[in-house]
Design a protein around this ligand. Structure first.
Ligand SMILES: Nc1ncnc2c1ncn2[C@@H]1O[C@H](COP(=O)(O)OP(=O)(O)O)[C@@H](O)[C@H]1O
Ligand SMILES: [Mg+2]
Length: 511
């Protein structure tokens, strides 16, 4: 499987040069192995080349030039081939040592440098120490090496990556949705993690339902169910806090004040009463309890927003709610889709806020000894800058709190965005796993370079030239950022499904 690539000719610190064997391809970005003399191995990444020849000196170049005709063209190819042939000309590759495996197969950061003339070869399944580190338990794609794709799986370890937050970044069409589907499939296959996906375009069910474990590990919620498999999303009045409302629309100061006063007077029944009573009665009640007289315009606006949300989100009086079952689903390691396509931006914001907050409270409420046994859950937020932009983050909404607190409760965010530069720096700096897909804008790439916990500067060119479905994965526990060809969802899921029938009614779903 492994191919001979060349021999080491120079090493200093972690810098390595090797001569590329004749007739071998080595590309920018190739990950290769230097076989040490003691059974140890040095993993290296090629980042540059130079060509050297015994003809390189000025006099020799002059001599070769004299073999050309007056137009600078080759007069006699055969003669020139004679001069250039043999071992007179070599291609030298420059590489950086990524990590080191000792003779027992333990992986370390670079410890020493390889010896002169050691053999350089391509990676093979035999490089188990390296491969098990990058394989993870949630498979995402294959390792890319230069122009080729190696059939070596790459993924993340959910137990390490989920609670340390994930960022998925790429321009439209770069493959973000496909990546989320592949990740969700691996979560379903694995069963040790939960995933709450706010599905803005209702684009995931159709595909994820083809997974062989969909019947047991996929749940779909929608406020207006369109098919039998979808559960109706309802929330209870008592589950909506003032901050869920203030997070989703812009309010004036008096309006904010009124909302908080209402909730302090009527506690968890505030929203129900706001909708039930007339504006005048509400003003009188507030004046009686707090001594403050609010204008009727102020109260009307609050009433109006609450009314819209009640209609849109099926906020019900009789204690009906799906929050409990949804938390159960997540805790048991399911993928939960919350379909939001038909909901207004305000409703969407309110619903995402309420559900994420419930999840945080649910996990935070578990006793310490139990919490370690519950399954880590990733909350997938698309177009995340709407919730975690520079302005939104300072308001300390639920998502900002999740960024800083979720980890200790076994939760994590997976933010998806086309323009990482719109996210607050505090958010970017907390993302310990980055999936960097193709990003057209230099400003976005520079932002990630500056904020990434892992040094990705070396891969600047690679990141710039990523094609659809290709990405660079940088995660804090991996020793280097790896280039990956993400599986195409359709191929990936059919690989799982070979031996099992499709478990869910996929046939009657509209896109
Ligand atoms: N890893 C991949 N391999 C092959 N095709 C892909 C891959 N990722 C995405 N595509 C294709 O590229 C197109 C855009 O992908 P999509 O995931 O919708 O991008 P985004 O969500 O970033 O806009 C889709 O048609 C999809 O099938
Ligand atoms: Mg998309």
């Amino acid at each position: 499987m492994s191919e001979y690539k060349g021999r080491l000719t120079f090493a200093k610190g972690t810098f390595i040069e090797f001569v590329v064997a004749p007739n071998q391809d080595v590309d920018f970005g190739d990950i290769l192995v230097v076989e040490g003399v003691n059974g140890d191995r040095f993993y290296i990444r090629t980042y540059d080349f130079k060509v050297k020849s015994r003809w390189s000196g000025l006099n020799n170049v002059g001599y070769l030039m004299s073999k050309l005709n007056e137009d600078g063209q080759v007069a006699n190819q055969e003669e020139l081939d004679f001069y250039l042939g043999g071992n007179h000309t070599v291609k030298i590759a420059m590489a950086e040592q990524l990590c080191y495996a000792d003779a027992d197969g333990r992986l370390y950061n670079p410890k020493t440098c390889p010896d002169f003339f050691c053999e350089v070869r391509s990676l093979s399944p035999d490089d188990t120490a390296l491969l098990s580190e990058i394989k993870g338990d949630l498979e995402i794609g294959f390792l890319k090496s230069g122009r080729g794709v190696l059939e070596l799986p790459v993924g993340i370890y959910g137990s390490k990556a989920i609670t340390e937050h994930i960022g998925i970044f790429g321009t439209t069409g770069s493959g973000k949705s496909n990546l989320v589907k592949v990740l969700a499939s691996s979560v379903m296959e694995n069963g040790d993690y939960g995933m709450l996906i706010f599905d803005v375009h209702n684009e995931y069910y159709k595909d994820l339902s083809r997974h062989r474990r969909a019947a047991e590990r996929l749940s779909v919620y929608n406020t207006t169910p369109h098919a039998g498999y979808v559960r109706r999303l309802t929330v209870n009045f008592t589950e909506v806090d003032p901050e869920d409302i203030t997070a989703c629309a812009t309010f004036t100061e008096p309006q904010m004040d009124a909302i908080y006063k209402l909730s302090s007077v009527w506690q968890d029944q505030w929203m129900r009463y706001v909708l039930q009573y007339d504006v005048e009665d509400i003003i009188a009640e507030l004046a009686g309890c707090t001594g403050q007289k609010f204008q009727s315009r102020t109260i009307s606006k609050i009433k109006s927003i609450c009314w819209n949300l009640k209609q849109e989100l099926n906020i019900a009086e009789d204690g009906e709610t799906v929050v409990g079952p949804m938390m159960q689903d997540l805790e048991q390691g399911k993928v939960v889709l919350v379909e939001l396509k038909n909901i207004s931006p305000v409703g969407e914001q309110a619903l995402s806020t309420v559900l994420s907050k419930k999840l945080l409270q649910h996990y935070a409420g578990k006793p310490d000894n139990v919490r370690h046994q519950v399954k880590p859950v990733a909350i997938v937020l698309e177009e995340a800058h709407r919730f975690l932009g520079k302005k939104e983050h300072t308001s300390n909404n639920i998502f900002a709190r999740l960024v800083s607190e979720a980890r200790k409760f076994n939760l994590g965010l997976c933010v998806v965005d086309q323009q990482p530069r719109l996210l607050a720096d505090k958010v970017l700096s907390q993302l310990n796993t980055l999936f960097i897909l193709g990003l057209a804008s230099k400003a976005d790439r520079s932002k990630l370079e500056a904020m990434s916990r892992k040094d990705i500067l070396q891969q600047r060119n690679e990141i710039k030239n990523l094609e659809c479905g290709e990405m660079v994965v940088a995660t804090n526990y991996m020793r280097f950022a790896a280039p990956v060809k993400v599986h195409k969802f359709e191929d990936f899921v059919s690989q799982y499904n070979v031996s099992a029938p499709v478990g869910f009614p996929a046939g009657n779903v509209q896109a």
